[in-house]
Design a protein around this ligand. Structure first.
Ligand code: 15L
Length: 271
């Protein structure tokens, strides 16, 4: 992405998570110092890395994370459906702590890992753009919608620019028919994060994170200024995926009907 570091210090939260582990080595060459944080083990520090474990619910620890940082890639928090309390602590209180820390330390840009589950209750035969009202499919999706709204307020009041990435499905290759639309290759995710960090004027933007797939549910027309050009596609995997699933999926099945897929049926709801 770059031959010489573009930033002095970047912060990557959620660095021990599924996406964080893959982005971490790719981000090292982007900056002189990469501060990496998580509640899970971070392993050894590579040259140029600063390891700083922190719980997002701990305001003081999050304040310390943002000291001396130019920009943040915030992947931290819970990345699937869960019970209300952990979602509240990590994704709602946690994202508030992050923006407060960013404000106090003068951080000018944040790339916020939102999710396609903010709009999971749109149907698979609908095409939506960033202006479509949120229709979250889970408490997790609600928490990401909160992060998007909070970041909007921090942009309007404090000028902190945020690119909210409504990430689709980041896997080595698409695993089912739904991922023909939602798949985002790790190389395209890297391109998306790089474009979000380096575009001169990001403002407050929402970008759907998918590769250059032929099946499209998401229209990124309102994020053209980010300059994200995906280069991979799920299409070469279509024959393999179609062979593995029945020719006619039940269109009345909510998992087939809605963009959120199986998330529309997940939840801590009992009784
Ligand atoms: C997400 O937001 C999750 O973090 C990930 O585990 C996948 O389930 C993905 O969405 C998806 O929709 O495939």
């Amino acid at each position: 992405m770059t031959s010489s570091p573009r930033f002095d210090r970047l912060l990557l939260t959620g660095a021990a998570g599924g996406i964080g582990r893959q982005l971490r080595p790719r981000m090292r060459s982007w900056c002189h110092a990469l501060r990496v944080s998580d509640i899970a083990g971070l392993g050894d520090a590579a040259p140029g890395e600063e390891l700083q474990p922190a719980r997002l619910e701990d305001a003081a620890a999050v304040q310390a994370l943002c000291a001396g940082v130019q920009a943040v890639v915030h992947l931290g928090g819970i990345s699937v459906e869960a019970a209300w309390q952990p979602i509240l602590e990590a994704n709602i209180v946690g994202v508030y702590h992050l923006y407060e820390a960013a404000r106090r330390h003068g951080v000018r840009r944040i790339v916020f890992a939102s999710s396609n589950h903010v709009t999971g209750f749109y149907r698979q035969d609908e095409t939506i753009d960033a202006l479509a009202p949120p229709r979250p499919d889970t408490l997790y999706g609600v928490s990401k919608a909160f992060g998007e709204t909070l970041s909007r307020m921090y942009f309007d009041r404090h000028g902190i620019q945020t690119v909210c990435l409504r990430i689709g499905s980041v896997t080595p290759k698409p695993e089912n028919r739904r991922m023909l639309a939602t798949w985002l290759s790790i190389d395209d995710l890297e391109r998306l994060v790089w474009a979000s960090l380096t575009t001169p004027v990001a403002g407050h933007s929402i970008v759907f994170g998918c590769s250059d797939n032929t099946v499209r549910w998401w229209d990124n027309r309102h994020a053209a200024h980010i300059g994200f050009r995906p280069q991979d596609s799920s299409e070469p995997f279509r024959a393999e995926l179609e062979a593995a699933e029945p020719a006619w999926l039940d269109a009345a099945d909510p998992v087939v009907r809605y963009q959120g897929g199986r998330f529309v049926e997940l939840g801590p709801f009992e009784g």
